[in-house]
Design a protein around this ligand. Sequence first.
Ligand code: ATP
Ligand code: MG
Length: 430
Amino acid sequence: MSQPAAKKIQAIRGMNDLLPGDSPRWQFFEGKVRQLMARYGFDEIRTPIVEQTALFARSIGEVTDIVEKEMYTFEDRNGDSLTLRPEGTASCVRAAMEHGLLHNQTQRLWYQGPMFRHERPQKGRYRQFHQVGVETYGFEGPDVDAEVILLSARLWQELGLTQHVTLELNSLGSAEARAAYRETLVDYFEQHREILDEDSLRRLSSNPLRILDSKNPAMAEMLENAPRLMDHLDQESREHFEQLKTMLDAAGIHYVINPRLVRGLDYYCRTVFEWTTQALGSQGTVCAGGRYDGLVEQLGGKPTPAVGFAMGIERLILLLDTLQLVPEEALGGCDVYLLPMDEAATLTALTLAEQLRSQLPELRLQLHCGGGSFKSRMKKADKSGATIALLIGEDERQTDAVTLKFLREEREQQRHPQAALPERLQDLIA
Ligand code: ATP
Ligand code: MG
């Protein structure tokens, strides 16, 4: 009896494969980020993808969207509750504390990697997505607040995105000012209870500031008239914010004050900001961050001022693609395709390929493998994207020569002694 065809296993919804045709864009972006971090004196940190669930519950906040409904939480074989990290800041703080990085010293760190949130997958929103983030520790600011914003602004500049993104800025004040404002706000919402939607009613007692973030048009006018946190800032936070604005002005960074920007995570205070774009529809925030001076202490460390941000790599790649900003030469491929034209030439070709790679470390050379007819060999040469094919047949082998064919231009083919190749290729590829 014939077996039923096995059902193919597919990837998990909202978790993407990065295919060879796409990875050059990612490498281009990641290359820019790596250079930039070095230029600003930030050091990379890599932490595990899985942490104890309590780390996120205690840092991000029990009543945030992330902790309430988006985390991938499971019991491991020992019965411990573990969670796939939904963001990078909590892990960064944990690691920095655990290894004494916050002890009498400042830190400027960056990270990159996958994050996991159980959200409804759509364009620009996935269940496994990737972030680049920076975190600084031990600086009161606002100089360092300006510094991380300038770092992000320079990335947009490097990528050609400056005209396509807007910086939105707000201050949440101190924890005390925020608590006082919270009461004022709850009073106001109570007076407009009939306008609040279900989500907002639920948040009224747990996280009323988040109501300000609602996109529900029925609540828009009521929210527009709500008391503003900006008018309830403590004196120090007000000065902090004024100074930050002066620094950004001096650096020529444009921003829009958005008094309703509160961010979804509980640990923020003072500076919060988002970089948004119109070019991606409703998933328009490409980078978001702010100050979180209370978090280290909340997780059991000494009071440590901190500020950072995270950017969504998928959204930025989408944006670069939409605006066609990835340069042609960053899109990968190879320069040279080396073809043994018969069985006997295989060994010569293999040896020559290795010699050329040793002599020209920059050269991207693909060796034809797997035999085939003349026609199929030439087809593969073309498909490789190479601009030059090097052919070794019987004739060439007898005379230690190579035939050089131009694949992308009408140009007479040439024959060169193998020994002259490095120099010839150097000229042609440069
Ligand atoms: P959003 O309002 O879009 O849900 P967020 O406030 O939850 O974003 P943060 O936790 O601040 O986002 O994460 C920083 C950045 O990471 C976002 O601005 C976005 O670019 C990206 N990001 C967040 N969630 C996702 C996701 N599910 N898929 C892809 N990118 C994401
Ligand atoms: Mg979200």
